[in-house]
Design a protein around this ligand. Structure first.
Ligand code: HEC
Ligand code: HEC
Length: 450
């Protein structure tokens, strides 16, 4: 594992120290990155969220951050030695959520035998912490997912609920077409199961971190007479009153942890089934839709495409509002996704005011990009191009993006799927002139700077 994947660069450390005044934390990080000795992987604090909470609550966040890090380590362990709190592992129901064996297998250094799957296969993009800030993150479009918000795009459950394990597993198995996240053929089913649990673990930890920092913004750490604190295990050895205070802190921690766990455990009950499809009307592939369109004979597929077009352009479905009249993704292109809004709009930071972003970018935020609707002429569907997957995208929407859930009848959704696929313009195959290649589906979007 490369050092830069684990530690902040010296520039970042200096910037963080100067800009944040988190001198102590900066020092700890510097020591952690010393030239000699093995590099110990650490979970990076959520500097961006902490900074915004600090700005809003107008108080220094250094104590809040160190207490949050302590609490997270006591609950979830470290990248090399992950753990789960006892109130999870010893509870019949919560213990089902993720398996300790999976965590051990997916965590640890990339070169560890029988371990290290996440750092071997995922960390260059998603980062050790799952903050979507691996070394290559800033160069790719779309950005890798930051799991800490607990939001996922391509799933079988509605917006506002967690994905199922199968949803995450499908994406690791197939890759996310049209993005840099590709299928990794060497992963076995058991590896994928372990990685799914590890994604949940990182996301869980990240959501709890946010809850703690948010809570810290409500406390007064600076009251000289009676300073409040978020998590202070030394209180356990204090007076009766102090012990009670710690019990309250622990209760709150437990509440934060179990709230997130409940959401994950509920996901399987939230799944929306996809109705049966008539393959003579809704064929398996875009190529079959194109063939029907090119034929001079009328067919149920052609009729369905015509109905879909009407809906697409119509007011009720309003697809063309965002995707453009020809589905080229050139309708509404000035919105942002929730990962960008999370550190801008949500905290009153104007997403277009680049100067206001400087302190946040210094802390690890990635420059904002607009959320661009899909261009259907490319025929690339990130969440999977099977009609059943497209049905989910349209009927459930895409969480975290502007794409809403469409409130339409099943047949209308199938018609839209046919229409959207009929817009695919296969790229000419360079080897066989005149033949379409289908390579568009494999195309990977990298920024020109790579
Ligand atoms: C080369 C970069 C790269 C690598 C390596 C990579 N990913 Fe991703 N991943 C991405 C990008 C980019 C996205 C965001 C796609 C989007 O927003 O449409 C993503 C999104 C995800 C998501 C969120 C899916 C959703 O529905 O929102 C999960 C989960 C995920 N990756 C897991 C993994 C795991 C596990 C690995 C390792 C086996 C991995 N990724 C390796 C780039 C990568
Ligand atoms: C408010 C804007 C908006 C509206 C309205 C909208 N979309 Fe989207 N759509 C988007 C955006 C943005 C994306 C890209 C989401 C992403 O992956 O980040 C998208 C993505 C998609 C995808 C790609 C899914 C994938 O797996 O890659 C499909 C299919 C789609 N939209 C179909 C539709 C249809 C059909 C309608 C009308 C019922 C519609 N959209 C309405 C904004 C919109």
């Amino acid at each position: 594992m490369n050092k830069t994947q684990v530690c902040m660069s010296p520039f970042r450390i200096v910037a963080v120290k100067r800009l944040l005044g988190f001198a102590l934390l900066g020092l700890v990080l510097l020591c952690g990155c010393a030239e000699e000795g093995p590099v110990v992987a650490e979970f990076e604090p959520n500097w961006v969220f902490a900074y915004n909470v600090g700005q809003r609550s107008e108080q220094p966040m250094d104590l809040a951050m160190s207490q949050t890090q302590q609490a997270l380590q006591d609950l979830f362990g470290t990248p090399d030695e992950p753990k789960l709190p006892e109130f999870v592992s010893e509870d019949d129901e919560y213990a089902q959520l993720i398996s300790m064996d999976h965590l051990i297998k997916a965590s640890g250094p990339a070169d560890a035998s029988e371990r290290g799957l996440f750092r071997k296969h995922c960390v260059t993009c998603h980062g050790v912490t799952g903050n979507g800030r691996g070394p290559t993150a800033a160069l790719v479009d779309p950005y890798p997912r930051d799991f800490r918000l607990g939001r996922f795009k391509f799933k079988s459950t509605p917006i506002g609920t967690k994905p199922t394990k199968q949803d995450i597993s499908y994406l690791i198995q197939h890759g996310i077409t049209g993005t840099t996240m590709v299928k990794i053929p060497e992963l076995t089913d058991a590896d994928i199961d372990a990685l799914v649990d590890y994604v949940i673990y990182l996301s869980w930890r990240g959501e709890v971190e946010r809850s703690l920092l948010f809570e810290a913004g409500e406390l007064d750490f600076t009251d000289a007479e009676n300073p409040e604190s978020l998590y202070d295990p030394s209180l356990k050895n204090g007076s009766e009153e102090q012990q009670e205070l710690f019990a309250d802190q622990w209760d709150l921690l437990q509440e934060f942890v179990l709230d997130v766990a409940d959401n994950w455990l509920e996901a399987p009950d939230e799944v929306k089934d996809v109705p049966e499809r008539d393959a003579t009307v809704v064929p398996d592939t875009a190529e079959e839709v194109l063939a029907a369109m090119q034929s001079s004979e009328s067919s149920p597929v052609k009729e369905s495409v015509a109905r879909g077009k009407k809906l697409f352009l119509g007011e009720k479905a309003a697809c063309s509002k965002c995707h453009g009249k020809e589905g080229k993704g050139d309708g509404q292109t000035d919105d942002y996704d929730e990962w960008a809004k999370d550190w801008t709009k949500k905290f009153g930071v104007d997403p277009t005011d680049e100067e206001a972003h400087i302190p946040l970018i210094a802390r690890g935020a990635l420059p904002v990009r607009k959320a661009i609707p899909r261009n259907f002429s490319e025929g690339v569907f990130r969440g999977g191009s099977e009609p059943e997957q497209l049905y989910r995208r349209i009927s459930l929407g895409i969480e975290g993006s502007p794409m809403p859930a469409a409130e339409l009848e099943p047949q209308q959704i199938w018609d839209l799927i046919n229409f959207v696929r009929s817009l695919y313009v296969p790229e000419p195959d360079p080897d066989t002139p005149g033949q379409p290649s289908g390579a568009a589906g494999e195309k990977v979007a990298m920024s020109s700077s790579l």
